[in-house]
Design a protein around this ligand. Structure first.
Ligand code: ADP
Length: 275
């Protein structure tokens, strides 16, 4: 049997994503570095322009936290997933900002995902080929951390459908995170995924009382920039640790709308301009 027989789902995914101008993967070397936070912040930022249509697709099967961060999971109750004859219907947070998450498939928020790999792959494909997005300017895709099987599956699948615009890589300044991010960069370069930029998150803490800045992860603050120089990829800048940011995400509120003058919002706006 020829190995070149194309998976029919590839064409269906291509067709389903054909009305989306830019598809941006958000990647990280490990969990807990702020990948879902960044995906959410970027989506809120882009959707602050009423002329832009934004989609946020949560494929982080290991820890789908987007519904909480965008406020579609009130009082820890799972939002329902709706479908029509044409496919899955995303939740609208604003007229121009819709999102869908693997979390909506779980019976409760405390339920662990214990599906076999084949079932996970089936679900990932379903989300990519069946979600009914309107014409989007940007689809931000939050993926599982690291280079797990599902992660590789998503990236290879999207790469095969030739539908990725590029990837943004999130890291924290600690040596362990930076080491894992090297694997992620190597992976992208190996499968030809265009790296749009790297963001160093949780880089320094500015005290809200005295305004003094502390490099909590000294001496590796700035490690993200050094990594970009080493691998010749664009450096997008830093996001500071801001406790208000964590609170907004926990409450499903837009941080950039609530704290428009914060350093984190100013950095994010600069990053948005690079897209
Ligand atoms: P990941 O998606 O990489 O696993 P998350 O986005 O879920 O990580 O972030 C992990 C935790 O860190 C969350 O509770 C989030 O609110 C918090 N967090 C992320 N970035 C920041 C930041 N810059 N300042 C404060 N808290 C942050």
């Amino acid at each position: 049997q020829s190995k070149n027989i194309e998976d029919p789902d590839i064409q269906l995914i291509k067709d389903n994503l054909s009305n989306i101008k830019n598809k941006v993967l958000v990647l990280s070397g490990k969990g807990g570095v702020g990948k879902s936070t960044f995906s959410t912040l970027l989506s809120f930022l882009l959707s602050s322009d009423p002329d832009m249509n934004i989609g946020l697709l949560d494929l982080d099967i290991t820890g789908p936290s987007i519904p909480k961060m965008i406020g579609t999971m009130n009082d820890n109750n799972n939002a329902q997933l709706h479908s029509s004859n044409n496919g899955l219907i995303p939740h609208y947070i604003q007229d121009n900002f819709a999102s869908i998450s693997i979390q909506y498939l779980l019976p409760s928020v405390d339920q662990p995902i214990i599906w076999k790999s084949s079932k996970k792959e089936q679900i990932i494909k379903k989300f990519l080929k069946d979600t009914q997005w309107s014409d989007l300017d940007f689809l931000i895709i939050d993926t599982p951390p690291g280079t797990s099987d599902e992660h590789i599956f998503i990236n290879k699948l999207l790469n095969k459908t030739k539908s990725i615009t590029g990837a943004i890589i999130i890291t924290t300044p600690q040596e362990v995170a930076l080491n894992d991010v090297r694997k992620e960069i190597n992976f992208c370069q190996k499968v030809n995924i265009n790296i749009l930029g790297l963001v160093e998150n949780m880089s320094g803490f500015v005290c809200n009382n005295c305004n003094k800045s502390t490099d909590i992860f000294k001496p590796t603050t700035g490690g993200g920039k050094a990594l970009c120089e080493e691998f010749n990829i664009p450096y997008w800048g830093k996001l500071p640790i801001d406790p208000r940011l964590g609170i907004c995400c926990d409450q499903g509120e837009s941080f950039i709308d609530t704290f428009p003058d914060s350093d984190a919002t100013k950095s994010l706006i600069k990053m948005g301009d690079l897209l």
